[in-house]
Ligand binder design. Structure first.
Ligand code: SAH
Ligand code: SF4
Length: 399
């Protein structure tokens, strides 16, 4: 028997996504269901939450109305408000700006490939790491996202895909923030891989880090339970230059990073992805490429080269085609696998934190492209990136 709560109006609602399945079943038993009923119903609710991706507790179907009423009295889904969209999935990518209940804004990107759909999630509001070329870093740190808020970004895209008979197949932790400085990142990954929840195979999940050594070691130690892919945002292979571009290098310099990756490779027997944002005249020289070869010694790696996306507060320019050829020739000579990411997102400001930066700029009278707020349904704001390469994040989106 389900007993109605009497004092619910005075209580704030709990987050339904924060419950694991055991806790949900326990809750249902507390409300008077038998163990078997609670198990059946708990699984049904989870299926709808994660597979059907319902947008609210009220829209759960196949749940007795007494249970649904009780759930709505006590729980809510942390569904973020969709503020703006750029891009067009038919052309390869969309980026959504989402507003959380505390007013914070975060970005989530959906990338479409022939047979895969990858969601790129944010893990923090802002970021404390301060990489000089990164729009999120230029904003500073506001707060960590909870595991639910991370998972809710995937569900935001899942809802939209499910309505078209498709599903999220891959997740990359490459949006705003540093995933290894947020303990909830691991909880979110667990929910994503749980076969009873989203059921995304761990090998289709990639976490990108600026190089937080204790986090890399933890990931290596968890590799049997959570064998996800690791990408390291390196960008420079001498401490002198990396200290300037990536201030976190002063805490975890290149030698410590190499040791941590060697440990990761040893534990996981997997290769690592190296991210390198190419900035003209800064880190696109043959000397930096040679330094990268030296640093990579003993590490099985795939290098992703990404021409810089210009951001408001950084003067650097993307590398030129000519210099890109010089850099890749060094990698080729040493047999280092690499991909040049022609970012699908360039015209949708898909560099980390850029949609938020543009929106802040346009709402405060800046000169950036005007972004219109969304009324209800997602609206395409900018569809002008036709013809861009299809390789964006390609190497990171495994089958
Ligand atoms: N904090 C993590 C994940 C988020 S940043 C990390 O740094 O890895 C995701 C990737 O976007 C990183 O490789 C980062 O260096 C890159 N990036 C950020 N701003 C960029 C820009 N303006 N142009 C190109 N790449 C950028
Ligand atoms: Fe933070 Fe990553 Fe941006 Fe650096 S690149 S400031 S670590 S989000």
């Amino acid at each position: 028997m389900i007993v109605n709560s009497e004092d619910h109006e005075n209580r704030s609602l709990s987050d339904l996504l924060s419950l694991d399945l055991d806790a949900l079943e326990e809750q249902l038993r507390d409300w008077g269901m038998s163990a078997a009923e609670a198990r059946r119903l708990g699984r049904g609710i989870w299926r709808q939450l994660y597979h059907g991706a319902v947008a609210s507790v009220e829209s759960l179907t196949e749940v007795p109305s007494a249970v649904r009423n009780r759930l709505t009295q006590e729980y809510e889904l942390p569904t973020p408000i969709h503020v703006a969209r750029q891009g067009d999935l038919r052309l390869g990518a969309v980026k959504d700006l989402l507003r959380l209940p505390d007013g914070s804004q975060i970005e989530v990107v959906l990338l479409a490939y022939r047979d895969r759909h990858a969601v790129c999630v944010s893990t923090q509001v802002g970021c404390a790491c301060g990489c000089v070329f990164c729009a999120t870093g230029q904003d500073g740190f506001v707060r960590n996202l909870s595991a639910s808020e991370i998972v809710a970004q995937v569900l935001h895209m899942q809802r939209w895909l499910v309505s078209q008979g498709r599903r999220v197949s891959n997740v990359v932790f490459m949006g705003m923030g540093e995933p290894l400085l947020n303990a909830d990142t691991f909880k979110a990954v667990q929910r994503l891989v749980d076969p009873k929840a989203l059921g995304i195979p761990p090998r289709r999940i990639t976490l990108s880090t600026v190089g937080i050594v204790p986090g890399i070691v933890r990931l290596a130690d968890m590799c049997h339970a959570l064998p996800i892919n690791l990408a390291l945002s390196l960008h420079a292979a001498t401490d002198e230059l990396r200290d300037q571009l990536v201030p976190m290098n002063r805490t975890y310099p290149l030698a410590a990073l190499h040791d941590a990756l060697a440990y990761y490779v040893d534990r996981t027997q997997r290769h690592v992805f190296i991210e390198w944002t190419l900035i003209s005249g800064v880190n696109d020289s043959s000397q930096q490429a040679e330094a990268l070869i030296d640093w990579l010694r003993g590490l099985p790696a795939h290098v992703n080269l990404i021409p810089l996306n210009s951001t408001p507060s950084y003067r650097g320019e993307p590398t030129t085609g000519q210099q890109l050829a010089v850099f890749t020739a060094v990698l080729d000579r040493h047999g280092i696998a690499h991909t040049v990411r022609q970012r699908k997102g360039t015209q949708i400001a898909a560099g980390c934190g850029q949609l938020k930066a543009l929106r802040t700029e346009s709402t405060s009278g800046g000169t950036g492209p005007a972004l219109k707020p969304l009324a209800q349904a997602p609206r395409v704001i900018n569809r002008s990136f036709k013809g861009e390469g299809k390789s964006d994040l390609g190497a990171l989106i495994s089958r």
